[in-house]
Design a protein around this ligand. Structure first.
Ligand code: PBG
Length: 310
């Protein structure tokens, strides 16, 4: 191969770790390839003091990298799957989904051993509507405080503020070599993960057959199938505003199982359901689960949230 393959990534430590991991994996699969990283600065990295829900949502981290991909400044993009909106821009596709890291959320506390051990009225840091609503559903006595910034910044706030605990994705901590900071993993029946949590998304141009073929070697089919179900579920429910929404699929013994939920911001209502089916029906399974939730009251929750956002 003549020219270098350019991987586009954000500049955060976690994003760089993920991009380097993809770079290594490409080199292992295709020795002799030249692969370089191109750091793309995004608005999301510049605005760190405002809740993500107020500054344009999660698409913020992704859009500018996708523009670089569409412009041909990079050949592939590496994202956290969790940060990907359900719809991709015209001309781009998910070329590979590597093996998923631990998908669960983690509680980090300097003084308490688990969520159940937090004292009455404890303060928990998270800016995620999904985490806040599920925490309050389980423990209405808790106070949820906003918490943004990269993983290091958030961990530091545990030491410098009055927070009793914070919640972060186990995957990000593990990748950064910080798994020893995890106090307890939170079981999915208490804290259902975000759609895509723990997985990577490798995105490429539809018209770039060579890169597509090269990246196919990095795909982990069971993870990709689970992600397909989760993202079809997301696609039906994702609207104009941020909502407390979670979705997690697993593939075991060739059976796909998808659980999803939509909650009220304060956790007072939660609509949750599980759907099972064949892996080749992943997208249909996700759409069906969304319809089930809408029928069971998620529609009213979404309408109220949308009215609230206007
Ligand atoms: N919200 C930001 C974000 N996007 C991806 C991860 C890392 C975990 C993952 O890849 O799912 C994180 C940090 C976190 O939620 O703790």
């Amino acid at each position: 191969m003549g020219e270098a393959l350019r991987i586009g990534t954000r500049g955060s430590q976690l994003a760089l770790w993920q991009a380097r991991w993809v770079q290594q994996s490409i080199l292992e699969q295709w020795p002799g390839t030249t692969v370089e990283l191109v750091i793309v600065k995004t608005q999301g990295d510049k605005i760190l003091d405002v809740p993500l829900a107020q500054v344009g949502g999660k698409g913020l981290f992704v859009k500018e990298i996708e523009e670089a991909l569409l412009d041909g400044r990079i050949d592939l993009a590496v994202h956290s799957m969790k940060d990907m909106p359900a719809a991709l821009p015209e001309g781009l596709h998910i070329a590979a989904v590597p093996l998923r890291e631990n998908p669960l959320d983690a509680l980090i506390s300097l003084r308490h051993a688990s969520l159940a051990d937090l004292p009455q009225g404890a303060r928990v840091g998270t800016s995620s509507l999904r985490r806040g609503a599920q925490l309050l559903h389980q423990r209405p006595d808790l106070t949820i405080d906003p918490l943004r910034g990269n993983v290091d910044t958030r961990l530091k706030k545990l030491e410098t503020t009055e927070l009793d605990a914070i919640v972060l994705a186990a995957a990000g901590l593990t990748r950064l070599g910080l798994a020893d900071r995890i106090t307890a993993h939170i079981a999915p029946d208490i804290m259902l993960p975000a759609v895509g949590q723990g997985a990577l998304c490798i995105e490429a141009r539809n018209n770039d057959g060579a890169t597509k073929q090269l990246l196919a070697a990095l795909d982990h089919r069971p993870t990709h199938v689970a992600i397909t179900a989760e993202r079809a579920f997301l696609h039906r429910l994702e609207g104009g505003c941020q909502i407390p929404l979670a979705g997690h699929a697993t593939l075991e013994n060739d059976q796909l199982q998808l659980t999803g939920l939509v909650a009220e911001l304060d956790g007072s209502r939660m609509v949750r359901a599980t759907n099972r089916g064949a892996p080749d029906q992943a997208a249909a399974l996700g759409r069906q689960l969304a319809e089930t939730l809408l029928h069971r009251g998620a529609g009213e929750i979404l309408e109220r949230l949308q009215a609230h956002a206007r």
